[in-house]
Design a protein around this ligand. Sequence first.
Ligand code: INI
Length: 158
Amino acid sequence: MDKPKHILEGDLIAGNSKFAIVASRFNSFLVDKLVEGALDAIKRHGGKLENTTLAWVPGAFEIPVAARQLAESGKYDAVICLGAVVRGSTPHFDYVAGEAAKGIAQAGLMTGVPCIFGVVTTDNLEQAIERCGTKAGNKGFDAAVSAIEMVNLLKKAK
Ligand code: INI
């Protein structure tokens, strides 16, 4: 297959990039694992925890406003948003998960700073546990890797 002349791709090297993590305390036994995964990914891709800020918010619904302010501050290359919304535990799952997804996307679009969606949204606790460091990997780790890739891609795209 013919390839385009110019291909832009973000390297998976965290280097001196600055990351903000916004994590929600609701379902903290799950979100703590996502935070651990994200920090592990930053370190294992050569990043520095001294360049990383962790901000806690009450629940996933509050992630977007904090993500937007951190992105607007100009201090961070990317914002990694971590939370866990479990359908079984709330009748307003759709509102919380929907607003978190929409708001995180908006924060990224409005600021031009990648705001990464690392919010686990599942039907039940078992599925959530699977995505927080067990059978289905760790979505916090994955979110941090996406952040690293986007930071390096956007640097090249300037
Ligand atoms: N917040 C979550 O992060 N996960 C949930 O599963 C959840 N449930 O189940 O309700 C949840 N609710 C709290 C919400 O995010 C807000 O903090 C709260 O409504 C105050 O605005």
